[in-house]
Write a protein that binds this ligand. Structure first.
Ligand code: TXA
Ligand code: MG
Length: 327
């Protein structure tokens, strides 16, 4: 157990807020995944995030806010559709990309003319944002607290495994409820654009917006989570249909591969010796466990990870997106 992991309490949260104001990095839980936080108003502190993650500096970060009243500090426009989404889904797993004010420094926005904003619902994140605000802070910049390109952390232990000493403190608030990252909607051109499916179902966005958000086009702001090979385990991972799964396991095993399986409905064959995780046949519960399952299967010696395909419906959209990027 890393000494940097500290259970969430009034005093550890107060200490975390102090450290953030002093320019240090603090990892903290949100309802989606753990974030690697820095004072969004301190560019030197924000630069430390990129060094700790091994992430290219031109990738923009999400600024976490205690409530929607703080949007105007960071964004010069707050269009009607974005306001409706915020009123419905904040606090919660929604990120809005809006035209930035001059206070949103290049270190945070990756030099783009927009800024990503989110009000998280996790009680520890909210207490940390409030404590940070009382110290005069106006937002915590935080990407997922993993090494660049690796799967996001959903426990404090995952953060310690990935970032170790690069982070001054990891506030432990238990496993994250949602388990995959926030839904990102950009309001930077005429139409709302869905940059990343996530913790909020697409049907719910459509209900509030009165239209489906558009797919990103050439004018869309860059989002690193949209890189083709993101959220990837180390071993080669592949998606196979439920019908082909057992056949594929047998084929790989007979050619000497050490196979690990993330299944949903298929049961392991009697002679199977490797790791076989039977996950849920329910999208939110599957998402909740997804990254922990991928980490558990991605162990030394494993040469191939087979993932049983998931259904086509909208409820599984964000899971399908992450699986496609992991494989
Ligand atoms: O659920 C989440 O969103 C988690 C928790 C910690 O809040 N955060 C997260 O951060 O997933 P990160 O940095 O791993 O992914 C944020 C995504 C990136 O793909 C980034 O490019 C995009 O948000 N993003 C942030 N600001 C942006 C901007 N101004 N324009 C376009 N994309 C932006
Ligand atoms: Mg990330």
């Amino acid at each position: 157990m890393s000494r940097r992991i500290v259970p969430a309490s009034a005093s550890s949260i107060a200490l975390a807020a102090d450290r953030l104001r002093a320019g240090e990095l603090v990892a903290f839980p949100t309802e989606t995944v753990y974030g690697l936080g820095a004072d969004a108003g301190n560019s030197d502190a924000v630069h430390r995030i990129f060094a700790a993650k091994g992430r290219p500096t031109e990738h923009p970060l999400i600024v976490h806010l205690p409530n929607a009243a703080h949007v105007e500090h960071w964004a010069r426009e707050f269009p009607e559709g974005a306001r409706r989404l915020a009123a419905t889904f904040w606090p919660g797993p929604l990120t809005l990309i809006l035209p930035r004010t001059a206070r949103a420094a290049d270190a945070v926005t990756g030099g783009q003319d927009s800024v990503g904003l989110r009000v998280p619902s996790h009680p520890v994140a909210r207490q940390l944002l409030d404590a940070f605000g009382e110290l005069g802070g106006s937002g915590i910049a935080a990407p997922s607290a993993n090494r660049f390109g690796h799967v996001s952390p959903t426990t404090a232990q995952h953060v310690a495994e990935d970032l170790g000493d690069a982070v001054s403190m990891i506030v432990d608030g238990g496993p994250c409820d949602v388990g995959i990252e926030s839904t990102i909607v950009a309001f930077t051109g005429g139409e709302p654009m869905l940059l990343r499916p996530g913790g909020i179902a697409i049907e719910d966005l459509v209900r509030v917006l009165g239209e489906a958000p558009h797919a990103p086009d050439a004018m869309a702001p860059r989002a690193s989570g949209t890189l083709a090979s993101h959220y990837a385990p180390r071993a080669a991972a592949r998606i196979v249909t439920s019908r082909q799964l057992l056949q594929e396991v047998a084929r790989l095993a007979s050619s000497g591969e050490r196979v690990a399986v993330l299944a949903r409905t298929v049961l392991p064959p009697a002679n199977f010796a490797g790791a076989w995780i039977a996950s849920h046949d329910d999208a939110p519960r599957y998402a909740h466990d997804l990254y922990a399952n991928l980490r558990a299967l991605d162990r030394p010696g494993v040469t191939a990870i087979l993932i049983e395909s998931v259904p086509n419906g909208g409820a599984w959209l964000a899971v399908r997106d992450r699986l496609t990027r992991a494989t």
